[in-house]
Design a protein around this ligand. Structure first.
Ligand SMILES: C[S@@+](CC[C@H](N)C(=O)[O-])C[C@H]1O[C@@H](n2cnc3c(N)ncnc32)[C@H](O)[C@@H]1O
Length: 263
């Protein structure tokens, strides 16, 4: 099983937790993209890596004439997306089972960094866009996650193994600045329309923040490598430390819209 297949299995297993704890946090961050895409006149819209489909309602509303197809590699995520939209299909972004030049607008929301070869993924999306079709990307810039240093310190101190997730599906570093994202899109045959960023703040409650990490975050993966006793001690120490902290996350979110030029 390759790294993308393992990642899909992980997302499927954690889909309910993702939907409950993480999708409502990052879902609204995608919405500014939609206003910058020619969705009103679009007939065929593709949401690549749609996950549980949190933003499918907004995407469909913004594209009233379109058939919106949501694809994802993780069947468990799509099971939840289907509660919101019927047009969902299991597909790998790196090999889309779609005709060339058949899509007006494609969106990639918080997913491009999961592709082992993001440039190849962008070229595959370019293939299915028709000339003049547009891709929209949302991804992370630099983030100041309040709890991560505390988790890392505690997990290291308790002897947890490193994050077992394959680094090939964590490619944030290749696209976490406007310049990098611009270069990535430019090098894959797109004419760039615009890249912009926003700083997004989210203030957590302690229970919400722990729930995200303990169900679908890095901490859950590393905690699983500890004995039950060490796991409990590690969690308790993190909870105690976070109880005295202002739980404000400040993240930079990057947006890009890019056109497939005529051949
Ligand atoms: C962080 S989630 C984002 C989901 C959704 N776009 C959102 O904003 O809530 C990343 C999604 O990308 C999907 N994904 C990862 N690698 C993929 C691939 N190679 N092909 C298709 N989907 C993939 C995952 O299954 C997951 O649903």
């Amino acid at each position: 099983m390759n790294a993308s297949a393992r990642l899909a299995r992980e997302y499927s297993a954690k889909a309910e937790a993702y939907e409950r704890h993480w999708a409502p946090v990052i879902g609204p961050m995608a919405l500014p993209l939609f206003a910058e895409l020619p969705l009103r006149s679009a007939r065929r819209v593709l949401d690549v890596g749609a996950g549980t489909g949190w933003h499918l309602g907004a995407l469909t509303a913004a594209a009233p004439q379109a058939r919106v197809l949501a694809v994802d590699r993780a069947e468990g995520m799509l099971r939840i997306a289907r509660r919101r939209a019927s047009d969902c299909a299991a597909m790998d972004a790196q090999a889309l089972a779609l005709r060339s030049s058949s899509i007006d607008v494609a969106t990639l929301v918080f997913m491009l960094f999961h592709l082992p070869d993001p440039a190849a993924g962008l070229r595959e999306v370019r293939r299915v866009l028709h000339s003049g079709g547009m891709a929209g990307v949302v991804t992370w810039g630099t983030s100041d996650r309040v709890d991560l240093p505390i988790w890392t310190e505690a997990l290291d101190a308790h002897g947890a193994s490193p994050d077992p997730r394959d680094p090939s599906v964590m490619q944030q570093g290749r696209m976490d600045t406007s310049t990098k994202l611009e270069e990535l899109l430019g090098s894959t045959g797109y004419a760039l329309s615009r890249v912009w960023s926003r700083t997004v703040e989210h203030r957590w409650t302690l229970d919400e923040l722990l729930a995200v990490q303990l169900t679908c975050g890095m901490a859950a993966r590393r905690l699983a490598t500890l004995s039950p006793v060490a796991r409990e001690a590690c969690q308790s120490s993190v909870r105690a430390r976070l109880a005295n902290v202002d739980l404000l996350d400040r993240s930079e979110v990057l947006y890009a819209v890019a056109v497939r030029p005529a051949d």
